[in-house]
Design a binder for this molecule. Structure first.
Ligand SMILES: Cc1cc2nc3c(=O)[nH]c(=O)nc-3n(C[C@H](O)[C@H](O)[C@H](O)COP(=O)(O)OP(=O)(O)OC[C@H]3O[C@@H](n4cnc5c(N)ncnc54)[C@H](O)[C@@H]3O)c2cc1C
Length: 399
């Protein structure tokens, strides 16, 4: 029997950060990770350069049944706090765009930083630990001090602790260690869960749409994509399976089966206005649109929708249709590429069950949920790591 103050299950961004913070407070912490090493998602994140935070982080960048829940933790541990830590470890970084901070070198530097901090804080990390059972007994203080309420049986022995932190992440990308452990444990303790769904994920399209879009595959262009009252202006990428690219990944988090998305291919122009201004011109539609869009795209798009001819030959009704398709191209995805490709899992442990100050489960003393397993999901751009650090920090001060 191994007795500790705090047991953290899951060695990703949130679990490591919580363990470090608790260790710094003098708590005896053990972190159990079932994979052969910690931080596998950190390693692959940001294309290997880890987009570790975003300078413009605010509650608006998160999806949750309670949009206010994340505010307290985000205010107590801010992007500047994490940047100070990065700088303390001499890690070079840069802003790529839109407040997104990346390592100049490699994500491995962030992992190394967390391992160093964990070692200095006295955290014991046990990789390859398979948790077999978790139980809780009512705290007893027969000896006046002990309140070891959680018993966690693993293939490496049985642990007892006062606090148990669940930081096992979501369902995205099983080969990187994802399991449904967090949701199962929540159910075991009778906690509500917001049904998870894959987010920041490419869309799939119907066979017919794919056949039509085939010639456009591989083309990336700046567009505004909207769905369900949300809109994002960034690149979209047409793929052989459907649609991807940052604007599509962003909107996917807000999409639900059956909904359509609207793509504005000319976000800077009122297409009807510019077409009408040139309606008497000899210039062919494809040449005209090539001023605004990649030529390869325009040629394929015209062939698909409106065979190119001089603008003056289109009727005003046809020009209206062309304009509508440019500014309001409506697409109904058949689905998404699912957890296999989703960068995150939205939904999760209902925030109604947790204290927004500490991430503690309100009705189970000593139990905490942090990071992606909680129903707080960031948009693309470093927000998910900021949530992992901030929620880990909040719990780390309380366990
Ligand atoms: C390809 C990719 C790129 C990404 N890039 C970025 C980015 O650049 N910026 C950004 O902000 N976000 C990015 N994300 C999202 C970000 O990685 C996650 O939101 C973040 O890692 C969540 O941290 P977490 O600690 O909650 O969960 P995770 O990082 O998923 O960690 C959970 C840990 O728990 C372990 N675990 C699971 N089940 C068990 C169990 N039963 N027992 C023991 N251990 C268990 C897992 O092995 C894992 O180590 C990316 C995600 C992916 C997939």
């Amino acid at each position: 029997m191994i007795e500790k103050d705090v047991l953290v299950i899951g060695g990703g961004a949130a679990g490591l950060f919580c363990a470090i913070e608790a260790g710094k407070r003098g708590r005896k912490v053990v972190l159990l990770e079932h994979a052969d090493r910690i931080g596998k998602k950190i390693a692959v994140s940001g294309g290997g350069r880890c987009n570790f935070t975003n300078l413009h982080t605010s509650a608006d960048n998160f999806i949750s049944a309670n949009p206010h829940f994340c505010k307290s933790a985000l205010a107590r541990y801010t992007p500047s706090d994490f940047i100070s830590l990065i700088e303390k470890h001499g890690i070079a970084y840069h802003e790529k765009k839109l407040g997104q901070l990346f390592c100049d070198g490699s994500s491995r530097e962030v992992i190394q930083m967390l391992l160093t901090e964990a070692r200095e804080a006295g955290v014991e990390i046990r990789c390859g630990s398979l948790v077999q059972n978790v139980s809780r007994s009512a705290p007893s203080s027969l000896d006046g001090v002990s309140a070891l309420t959680f018993t966690v049986e693993t293939d490496q022995g049985t642990f007892r602790s006062e606090s148990l932190v669940v930081a096992t992440g979501g369902l995205s990308i099983a080969p990187l260690g994802a399991t449904d452990f967090g949701y199962q444990l929540a159910r075991q303790f009778g906690l509500a869960i917001v049904e998870p769904w894959p987010a920041l994920v490419p869309f799939t399209l119907s066979r017919e749409a794919l056949r039509q879009l085939g010639p456009l595959s591989g083309i990336s262009l700046d567009a505004q994509v909207s769905c369900d009252g949300r809109q994002f202006r960034e690149n979209i990428l047409i793929t052989h399976r459907g649609l991807s690219g940052p604007a599509i990944l962003q909107i996917s988090s807000y999409w639900r089966p059956g909904l359509s998305i609207t793509i504005n291919l000319l976000p800077e122009q009122d297409a009807l206005q510019v077409l009408t201004e040139h309606e008497n011109k000899e210039i062919a539609l494809a040449n005209f649109l090539s001023q605004f869009l990649p030529r390869r795209f325009v040629l394929a798009w015209c062939a698909l929708n409106f065979p190119s001819q001089p603008l003056k030959r289109y009727t005003s009704r046809e020009l209206t249709e062309i304009a509508l398709k440019l500014n309001h191209w409506e697409v109904v995805p058949t689905g998404t590429e699912g957890y296999r490709k989703a960068e995150v899992t939205a939904g999760g442990i209902s925030t109604a069950e947790l204290s927004s100050q500490t991430m503690a489960v309100k009705k189970v003393a000593g139990l905490y949920f942090i990071g992606e397993v909680v129903d707080v999901t960031g948009q693309l751009g470093g927000f998910n790591f900021q949530w992992a650090w901030a929620s880990g920090y909040a719990a780390g001060q309380s366990v």
